[in-house]
Ligand binder design. Structure first.
Ligand code: ADP
Ligand code: MG
Length: 365
């Protein structure tokens, strides 16, 4: 859907983008990544004609964009940038409405769209529509920036470090939200980041750039398992195997596991534990509430007196989680297995360290 052909952009002595050819499929997320100054922002800006390339061509749906008027082109391309660029003297609602206003949408349509977008990015319209940018946190401002880019429902979204200026926790939430929104809207996205974990998490394909050139363009899995050259190898770092785990859902690794109830006798608990080190304890709804270690078995007469309830809710994973999250829980808690729950928080099985290790080893092969 978007195709760059031999695009070069020169500033005086600097070749900001050097003979870049790349194709982004409809509905895919392409993430440009590479060291500062490698030409990521310039690539985005030639794609919506904020800049004209020195040479080369860019096609959208087969049409050379130099034949499309820039204003018209930009209506089909949402643009969100790190510094957000919200108009400080306009309310959140007015900021989001910028492009629909330019397109002379009706008042009611605009109001409806603003409300819909605020809900989409997880902000309560009643609370946020009338705020001014100075009253927003960094993360909220970024979400408004994304809402504004989506306002006229463009099929294409260009995002330049959209989650760059926020703390790691907020960043993670924004990423999760982006994944959810993208699953729903299926835009064609080119996003710039300098954060490899972010690229691995969000991208269908990653384009690694160095000094204006495209070095490798592949799925995250391939970038991690088969780096094209030493530059990519060094760029993705020594923990490639771990990074790969963040692309693998735990779904295929969930094993059935025994569980007991607090009313069970020690004999029943012992039978459930068998040769295991511990067993999960569930309540009447089947939700995990703790665990029992084998070493405690002799001390008590019922499960109730033996249970560790710890932070079971912090430990359990949902079946949406990745192997990387499973591993970090295991390392964080010192557990060799982690319970997995369904969307009603009921125990459905567990993930074991052994299986995570096996998955890691596969990637190294
Ligand atoms: N307007 C400009 N004038 C001169 N040089 C520029 C201009 N914009 C970018 N550059 C140079 O082009 C190169 C690529 O810049 P940019 O695309 O912003 O990189 P990135 O976004 O990957 O950090 C850099 O060396 C930068 O200094
Ligand atoms: Mg940049």
């Amino acid at each position: 859907m978007i195709r760059l052909e031999h695009v070069t952009k020169v500033y005086g002595e600097t070749v900001a983008v050097n003979d870049l050819s790349i194709e982004i499929e409809k509905g895919e997320v392409c993430i440009l990544i590479g060291p500062s100054g490698c030409g990521k922002t310039t690539t985005l800006r030639v794609t919506n004609r904020l800049l004209e390339p020195t040479s080369g061509h860019i096609f959208i749906d087969g049409r050379d964009i130099c034949q499309i008027r820039p204003e018209r082109l930009r209506r089909s391309i949402g643009y969100a940038i790190q510094s957000v660029g919200l108009f400080p003297h306009l309310t959140v609602a007015a900021n989001i409405a910028t492009v629909p206003e330019l397109l002379h949408w009706g008042k009611d349509d605009i109001a409806r769209r603003v409300e819909e977008l605020l809900i989409l990015v997880g902000l309560n319209p009643v609370e946020y529509a009338w705020k001014y940018p100075s009253q927003l946190s960094g993360g909220e401002a970024q979400r408004i920036g994304v809402a504004r880019a989506l306002a006229a429902d463009p099929p294409i979204l260009l995002m330049d470090e959209p989650f760059g200026a926020v703390d790691p926790l907020t960043r993670e939430r924004l990423q999760a939200q982006f994944i959810r929104i993208q699953q729903e809207l299926k835009k064609t996205v080119i996003m710039v980041t300098h954060d490899l974990d972010e690229a691995i998490r969000l991208a269908d394909r990653i384009a690694i750039m160095e000094l204006g050139r495209l070095v490798q363009y592949d799925t995250p899995e391939t970038i991690l398992s088969r780096p094209a050259n030493k530059f990519v190898h060094d760029f993705v770092g020594t923990d490639r195997a771990l990074k790969r785990l963040s692309r693998i859902g735990i779904g295929n690794f969930i094993r059935p596991c025994p569980s007991v109830k607090t009313s069970d006798s020690i004999k029943e608990v012992a039978a459930a534990i068998g040769s295991r080190r511990s067993v999960w304890v569930v309540n009447d709804e089947g939700r995990p509430i703790g665990w029992i270690d084998q070493s405690r078995l002799s001390e008590s007469v019922t499960a109730r007196e033996t249970i560790f309830s710890g932070d079971i809710h912090e430990i359990a994973l949902t079946n949406q989680a990745t192997l990387r999250e499973a591993l970090s829980r295991m390392l964080g808690q010192g557990f060799k297995s982690i319970p997995v729950v369904d969307d009603k928080a009921r125990l459905i099985g567990e993930i074991t360290l052994h299986d995570v290790e096996a998955a890691t080893a596969d990637g190294e092969a």
